[in-house]
Write a protein that binds this ligand. Structure first.
Ligand SMILES: Cc1cc2nc3c(=O)[nH]c(=O)nc-3n(C[C@H](O)[C@H](O)[C@H](O)COP(=O)(O)OP(=O)(O)OC[C@H]3O[C@@H](n4cnc5c(N)ncnc54)[C@H](O)[C@@H]3O)c2cc1C
Length: 596
């Protein structure tokens, strides 16, 4: 291993010229890359840059399903799905965007089937469908079967299918390259002309020059202590534009999924309740019947997570502790082993419990970012709350906020979002490529990345990134979690600011150039801290309770003042934060009180 301790700069930047680059090889990135190749032809130079080997992307961990109103097992209509999405998002959803998603869902699923995705089937050979939270028939009358699935490994099947298609279409992959900055030679207004990435295997820097760049880097659940998210979900793709003065939208809305495995946070898919499982408290009561008389255990996730906390707060957690039980015993061996095999395996492996005979301890777990990089319905990144576009810059998937999920996402709508908008972004990039500027270098960004890395490698004292990261996760979970107050959030803001200060002096133990994951984690910590800052500031600003953002001091939804999206921006020169607001697009469904 080469030692680089004390050296003043890492090796010179290597340059790659591409037509378009996609950052991230989850479902959103791969579908976009495939679409680019299909639109532009095999000779187009399309690069997918991913800090993970593509098949390790978090999409592969998605379990329960992807929804579309196919109506294969009972009557369904995409308009019902559209309504459910708007209501599920507590009316903060941009209804034009949700209309596109729910309408395009049907064709997208059929296209995936044609690409080779092995969905579960009904006895007569159609794609099978199951129930999921908040998906209803006839505008709220009761649950409907809308989620298409491949056992409880739906994301795995999507990821493998798209990865194989990308290979077949000659997409160029740069695996295990971590993107650290955007090329924005003329400042935050754009155009974006490429990215700068660190190759994990060698610690070399690479500059990718391209006319169009798509960020599809996934979420940032690792800011919280208990989370379903993979270790790599550190919000890089949100923090990078934010550092360059671009806004992040609706960051206060982070979804806590009701059924995380107690203390571990690993997800037990909502499909367990979709197939008939239910929650019980210490007295053995099915408490969701009280909070959501119609949908019960299939109410929206924000409603269920809050109900669990209320049960715990009123002393009905199991043994007075901070968890409740999921009961799936009655589902029987056939359903557990064929439709929910991975979930049943998790329960056996991690808890040593038998789902056929034992109750399963669960608690809400940080799961999904509704907010992110603001885009239009074609994945084009917005420069501000007026809707100005940053030329050459696109985002899709969990990193983006279109906004189709508003204040709370419905189960199985995320896989749908990444597919519909990943594909649309790819199409738009292909269409706009000819009109975009020639890629040019951003020498300032390249030097700044080099300086950051050299500084981290040269340091001989300071704090280890893991220490600051776990303090961050603890404070965010306790003070910016399911329930929030002005006081908790203000404390959280100060503590995050203190952690940001401490993170100026990090000790990276590994000084080598081969697979220096120590360095990678130090860089990721910076991204996590930026995402945490934007989340807390946005949560402080929003003085109402809506969807995933529950303020104990402002317990009601306030449509008169807050039917608008938050745009959090940090001035790169002064570091000052500011908030701007963009009205919600309402086309069809007027906001109503939400009951399930
Ligand atoms: C356990 C679990 C179960 C879920 N189940 C469901 C479900 O059943 N249905 C549903 O609809 N949703 C589900 N979700 C949510 C859904 O899976 C995700 O929102 C979705 O897969 C995100 O896809 P993506 O393409 O945006 O990003 P990801 O699949 O997260 O991929 C991100 C990609 O970006 C790359 N990347 C990140 N940072 C960088 C960087 N700096 N440089 C280069 N590359 C980078 C990574 O390598 C990766 O390839 C689940 C989520 C979890 C965590």
């Amino acid at each position: 291993m080469t030692l680089v301790s004390g050296r003043s700069a890492i090796p010179p930047t290597r340059v790659h010229e591409m037509d378009a680059v996609v950052v991230g090889a989850g479902g959103a990135g791969l579908y976009a890359a495939l679409e680019l190749k299909q639109e532009l032809g095999l000779e187009a130079r399309i690069g997918v840059i991913s800090k993970l080997y593509p098949s390790r992307s978090h999409t592969g961990a998605a379990q329960g399903g992807v929804c579309a109103a196919l109506g294969n097992t009972e009557e369904d209509h995409w308009e019902w799905h559209w309504f459910d999405t708007v209501k599920g998002g507590d009316y903060l959803v941009d209804q034009d965007a949700a209309e596109v998603m729910c309408h395009d869902a049907v064709e997208t699923i059929i296209n995936l089937e044609h690409l080779g995705l092995p969905f579960d089937r009904t006895p007569d050979g159609l794609i099978n469908q199951r129930r999921f939270g908040g998906h209803t028939r006839n505008y709220g009358e009761g649950p409907v079967r809308r989620s298409c699935f491949a056992a409880d490994r739906t994301g795995h099947a999507i990821l493998q299918t798209l990865f194989q298609q990308c290979i077949r279409h000659d997409v160029t992959f740069f695996d295990e390259y971590q993107v650290l900055d955007l090329a924005l030679p003329q400042g935050s207004g754009g155009p974006v002309t490429g990215v700068i990435a660190l190759e994990t295997a060698t610690t070399e820097l690479h500059a990718f020059r391209a006319k169009a760049v798509l960020f599809a880097t996934g979420g940032y659940g690792k800011i919280f202590k208990v989370t379903s998210n993979a270790h790599t979900l550190t919000g890089d793709g949100m923090a990078i534009p934010y550092r360059r003065g671009l806004p992040l939208e609706d960051m206060e809305f982070f979804q806590f999924h009701p059924t995380g495995m107690y203390r571990l946070g690993f997800l037990l898919s909502e499909a367990m309740r979709g197939e008939g499982g239910f929650l019980v408290n210490d007295r053995g009561e099915r408490f969701m019947e009280r909070y959501a008389p119609t949908m019960k255990d299939l109410a929206s996730r924000d409603v269920i997570s809050r109900s669990i906390y209320l049960e715990i707060a009123e002393g009905r957690g199991i043994g007075g502790k901070d968890y409740v039980h999921l009961d799936v015993r009655h589902l029987g061996a056939d359903v557990l082993n064929t439709k929910l095999p991975d979930m049943s395996g998790f329960i056996r492996t991690y808890f040593g419990l038998e789902p056929l005979t034992d109750l399963v301890p669960i608690q809400p777990t940080a799961h999904y970012a509704m907010g992110g990089v603001p885009t239009d319905i074609d994945g084009r990144v917005l420069a501000d709350a007026t809707g100005a576009i940053v030329p050459g810059f696109y985002a899709a998937g969990e990193v983006a906020c279109v906004s189709v999920h508003g204040a709370n996402r419905l189960g199985t709508n995320s896989l749908l979002d990444i597919l519909v908008f990943g594909r649309r972004a790819g199409k738009k990039m292909a269409a706009e490529l000819a009109d975009l500027s020639q890629p040019v270098a951003d020498a300032g960004a390249e030097v700044s990345v080099q300086t950051r890395i050299s500084g981290l490698l040269a340091g001989t004292d300071g704090e280890r990134p893991a220490v600051i990261r776990s303090e961050l996760q603890e404070v965010m979970f306790l003070k910016c979690g399911v329930y929030r107050t002005e006081q908790l959030l203000a404390e959280c803001r100060d503590e995050v600011a203190g952690l940001r200060e401490r993170a100026q002096h990090l000790l990276v133990d590994d000084k080598g150039c081969r697979y220096n994951t120590d360095l990678g984690e130090a860089l990721e910590l910076g991204f996590l801290l930026d995402c945490a800052e934007a989340t807390v500031e946005s949560a402080l600003a929003r003085t109402e309770t809506r969807g995933g953002h529950a303020r104990e001091d402002f317990p009601e939804r306030d449509d008169a003042n807050w039917l608008k999206h938050t745009f959090a921006t940090r001035d790169p020169a002064s570091g000052a934060m500011s908030m701007a607001y963009k009205p919600v697009t309402i086309t069809e469904f007027q906001p109503k009180p939400r009951t399930y």
